[in-house]
Design a protein. Structure first.
Length: 133
């Protein structure tokens, strides 16, 4: 993906029990790129930004003190990828579980869904909707 000057106004955020491991998995297996990582003194991640083209996801280490309870393994994310077949091959080779197999959809996408080590759902596909405005 190339940066066409697009600046998102919504940034998905996640929390991980083992955020350093999440950074390794998301960069090495899914192909996201480290944009910014702020590490705490105890090895936790205070704030991380991983990019996917001009977009990014933000996350940090979960703690019981934050929001009253740890909240990991819930949300799902959709990332547009030009060659979804090659991406799927890479993810399968890394051993990530495929929850929804690679397939063509009725709305013109080719996509699949996997799960990261802490249970967050990640769908990779070719469908790229736009908002006119």
């Amino acid at each position: 993906m190339t940066d066409d000057g697009f600046r998102p106004t919504i940034y998905p955020t996640l929390r991980y029990a083992d955020a350093p491991a999440a950074i390794r998995f998301l960069t090495e297996v899914f192909g996201l790129a480290e944009h910014l990582v702020v590490r705490g003194e105890d090895g936790t991640i205070d704030h991380a930004e991983l990019s996917w083209g001009p977009c990014m996801v933000m996350f940090g280490s979960a703690s019981d003190e934050e929001y009253g309870q740890p909240a990991v393994g819930g949300p799902g994310l959709y990332l547009v990828v030009a060659d979804v077949d090659a991406h799927h091959t890479r993810v399968v080779a890394a051993g990530a579980p495929i929850l929804r197999p690679l397939a063509d959809t009725d709305y013109g996408s080719r996509e699949y869904t996997t799960r990261d080590p802490e249970g967050n759902l990640w769908t990779f596909g070719t469908y790229q909707p736009t908002v006119d405005g």
